[in-house]
Design a protein. Sequence first.
Length: 493
Amino acid sequence: MAAHGPGMHGSRWRTDLGLRSVAAEQANVEVRFHPMGGGSMKSQTTQVAPGAQSVLEDVVGQLGGSGNGAMEVVSDRPVIVTSRTYNQIAAGAACTPGGTFGQYYAAHRLDDGLGEGEGAWLTHLAESDRFRSNIALTNMGASPATVQVALFDGAGGLLTTFSVDLAPARFHQETRVYFNRAGQGNLQRGSAWVTVAAGSGVIASASVVDNSTNDPTTIPALRAPSAAPPIGEEITVLLPNDVPLVVVRIPAGTFMMGSPEGERGRESDEDPQHQVTLTQDYYLGKYPVTRSQWMAVMGFGAPDRPEHPITSVSWNSVCGGSTGSSCTADSFIGRLNTHLAATGQPGAGKFRMPTEAEWERGTRGGTTTRFSHGDVLACGDGAEPCAVHDQFMWWGGNHAPSDWPTQPVGQKLPNPYGLYDVHGMLWEWVADWYGAYTASPKVDPTGPSTGSVRVVRGGFYISAARFCRSATRDSEAPGWNSSIIGFRVARSL
């Protein structure tokens, strides 16, 4: 990584490149700067005498470049390559006059980089009024690379995931990554798991910058023999007649519930957006409950279209208790728990309805965008066709008048947590009574203690796209059943 340009809090970033010869002959060295945003490479040649060290001060500026980018060094003799990136502050400045030494970057060879399927941790990260964290990714390979990044809080809860595409010889920096990617501005500790999904020769590192001095500290990537904590672990239980039901593990963690001011398509009941922490992992149905699953548990229902989601079921018939975790014995969830206990299967007594917060966290899949598949601002928010939405959901933009109202579950792509049909298809009952949000942070919220209507989430098969966003809310009376409402189950650990 190398820089020549302004940064946050009045910083002026520069990079010095060190070349130390370890050969008995003069080293002929070419230095190449590859700008982060693309464009033409800048290069120059230099010579290093045997046993000598040369320092190219403000190397990017010397090359006529600006901004951030990747520095490549090619030599015909062995040399040790080092660099430091620092904040260039005037000697008479009130804060850290003359600047600080900055952060050290070691040079890497191609085989030092992460290959396809390999991962590494970046630890000891923070985002607060005192510190900010950046993640740097460089593709040293000859082919394009795709890098997946998962951000975790200090308790190990997944905050968000995102992907970065890197052209060959390209550098990319995620600035204030916790704030810009996960909406976190008061994170005292965190970590990131970096995985190469495609390509090779990827170098990852992080920097934690002191906001008062603009002094950075380099955080090197630490390779790990196994993947990140389990995301998407599945459990399958067998209903009567050996009908399977699959649930997916959702990680504990903190997220922002509701929608931010200015989100396109936002409704007033999504405000105020507020911080929610779920302290325990839990499971959600991989798909909405299907007609075949309903028939297997309840003993009645239409036998046709078995893989379509069940509709026209009330909240009372799904659960019927005072809360979503105290369901009546003759409800779907009550009978499911009874069946699991009678057949000695795991999870008996632990199946329930998801809370509204659990539903939204599962649906977002670690994202902060309008949909779990992005903001999709290039498409309209009505029922017009959209190629991006069409990959992930059933809504008014791909529903033909001649279609059966629903479609078989799992026909579209899943969200980042491996859940299907969370946007569109059907509104889904959740446990909570409907009520207004408040701004204060919440821990394991269960909604109002009383009410007259229960929350439904997700939109349905002829909804406008804006009603299928992750934050969209609606409500219905618990005794009401409708052809546009279904549900998915939850299970405690």
